[in-house]
Design a protein around this ligand. Sequence first.
Ligand code: GDP
Ligand code: MG
Ligand code: ZN
Length: 323
Amino acid sequence: MTPLEALGVNQHWRELAQSQAGFLGRVVQVDRGECEVMTDNGQIRVTSDSQRAQGDVAPVTGDWITVVPGPDDSLVVEQVLERRTLVVRRDPAEEARPQTLVANADVVGVVHGLDRRINPAQLERFCVVGWQSGAAVAVILAKADLRRNPDRDAAKAAALAPGATVVVTAALRGEGLDRFSALLEGNRTLALLGPSGVGKSTLINALFGTEVQATQEVRVGDARGRHTTIARRLIPSADGGSIVDTPGIRAVGPWDAWEGLAAAYSEIDALDHECRFAEDCWHQGQPGCAVAGNVDAGRLRRYLELAEELADQDLDRARRRRQ
Ligand SMILES: Nc1nc2c(ncn2[C@@H]2O[C@H](COP(=O)(O)OP(=O)(O)O)[C@@H](O)[C@H]2O)c(=O)[nH]1
Ligand SMILES: [Mg+2]
Ligand SMILES: [Zn+2]
């Protein structure tokens, strides 16, 4: 299998590239205007041309692109091919902007470390971002060796993440890796999402059997002096498929994620549609409400909180557009 095959090249991408002048490649990593790109003829460095018209899409890790010769023997991005999925969160540095993390992931793996109790609000937020991307979602419970009854955690995670595959792993003991690697079957791309310290890099290293990602000690209350690289790198597996790690994330704020919200709380969303007797029913116990009392109260509260957050974002965006 060639590296580009492991990265999931198929007829779809080949045909899209054929309508362009350049040749096909997949962005493995982006650093400051330069991309590392895997092609049929190995890995190359490509400049994303800053001279190009505004509004052009900036490539991110996972993008399929076409490449053409540029000035002085350089290679430049000709076109970012239309994305099938895109993981986006609210830019933590600037609240009113989206930040794209990974393009064309087939599965978003939301990783939770079982060295602490499952935080429902956090897990659900990551699932909202995962579903919004257009990819499938898996919840990966890591560090299961630290729990007496990880099956109970798995059941809890499944209830918090309807529609998601739940995979329990103990990477340091090599447990659960077969089910983890099954997420890559069919040369799929898995994007791991989760806050620092949950065990993402350890999972990747266990799967590849070598230290491909630097891991770190969890130092509670010591954010300084911790040098984490935030490079998001697409790593091909020799058996096919690829994984992207997303280091340096504390939390994900959803961005324009109404579909992700509906998918992450599908049981609430389903009833929401029945609750059309009042356009603005907020399911707070109004008589005749189809939702309140029929779903888990905690999930309903968190769903409504997120809906309010998204509605505020919509208003904010509309206000900016008018200005
Ligand atoms: N007990 C246990 N510890 C783990 C396991 N996986 C990771 N860890 C530890 O959790 C810490 C953070 O792991 P790391 O992979 O760097 O997390 P990341 O920030 O999500 O990439 C490290 O100290 C790991 O040794 C596991 O399966 N069991
Ligand atoms: Mg890491
Ligand atoms: Zn209602």
